[in-house]
Design a protein around this ligand. Structure first.
Ligand code: BGC
Length: 283
């Protein structure tokens, strides 16, 4: 079921800088007049990107799944800073819901310039025991979802004739093997080739396509590690900078890739991992 929430913020409301988030430099309205969809924006990296995009002047569509209240925290964070957003419930793995998501964005804000494929899940199980249902679910959300969302978004951007931006939140694991995480690694490896292929196809429409490859970022996806000090210590030992990444740090890179400054960047993965990939050996 696709549900569209109320639009928050008005043209007359000023966009106020959020001075509390130390990792966020002063916004300079790099995304003014842009409309962005961020999938999986109810929590974690998606929430940080949606909030940051709004601070930079974008009108933001918060995609979420499940309960209509789940996007509330992101809506409130954006509205508190005078930003503009609307929450739309859509499962990215379902073509009809993705079509409704893009149509809903255009209905709310008149156009679409940027799409961030952030929604993602993982489940760690040894390969020989990996449940088929989990494999299907992970590939559907992490790989089929970005395909469908990018396709629907590209159709809209092409019809507008002014180019656009597709940004996929991938992972260091689009390159780096991670034992017990085969479905996730396969989905992110696939996302790497999806990005590179459609970057070439969409270049003639001036739509850029890039991946962001985070390492270990402190979000709910790593709740299992965050809850176990010995696991957390082992993970931090694999990261030259010796700490978790912050969702806001990923959001900063997303702003750059979405902005006019990145107009000549396409077909690339930007890793943001505290050096993790240079010290491979994930457990
Ligand atoms: C995964 C995490 C993992 C991190 C670094 C992320 O893509 O979602 O589970 O800790 O990569 O290995």
């Amino acid at each position: 079921m696709t549900a569209i929430g109320a639009v928050h913020g008005t043209e007359s409301e000023p966009v106020v800088q959020n001075r509390d988030r130390k990792a966020v430099p002063n916004p300079i309205m790099r995304l003014q007049n842009k409309v962005a969809i961020v999938t999986g924006a109810a929590t974690g990296i998606g929430q940080a990107i949606a909030s940051r995009f709004a601070q930079e002047g974008a009108r933001v569509v918060i995609d979420y799944v499940g309960n209509s209240t789940s996007a509330g925290a992101t809506e409130r964070a954006i509205a508190a800073n005078g930003g503009k957003c609307v929450a739309i419930g859509a499962d990215v793995s379902k073509p009809d819901e993705v079509a409704a998501l893009v149509a809903g964005a255009v209905k709310a804000f008149g156009r679409l310039d940027i799409v961030v494929n952030n929604a993602g899940v993982e489940k760690k199980v040894p390969f020989v025991d990996y449940p088929y249902a989990e494999l299907q679910k992970i590939l559907a959300i992490n790989l089929v979802g970005p395909f469908l969302v990018a396709q629907a978004a590209a159709r809209q951007m092409i019809s507008q004739g002014q180019g656009g931006r597709v940004i996929n939140i991938s992972s260091v694991h689009e390159d780096l093997p991670m034992p017990t995480n085969a479905a996730y690694c396969a989905s992110k490896g696939g996302l790497r080739m999806l990005m590179r292929t459609i970057a070439v196809e969409l270049a003639k429409a001036n739509i850029t396509v890039n991946n962001i490859g985070p390492g270990a970022v402190f979000t709910p996806i790593d709740a299992d590690v965050e809850a176990k000090p010995e696991m957390e210590k082992a993970l931090m030992g694999e990261i030259p900078l010796g700490r978790w990444g912050k969702p806001e740090e990923i959001a900063g890179l997303a702003v750059f890739l979405a902005s006019d400054e990145a107009a000549y960047v396409t077909g690339s993965t930007y890793f943001i991992d505290g050096g993790m990939l240079q010290q491979a050996g994930s457990y």
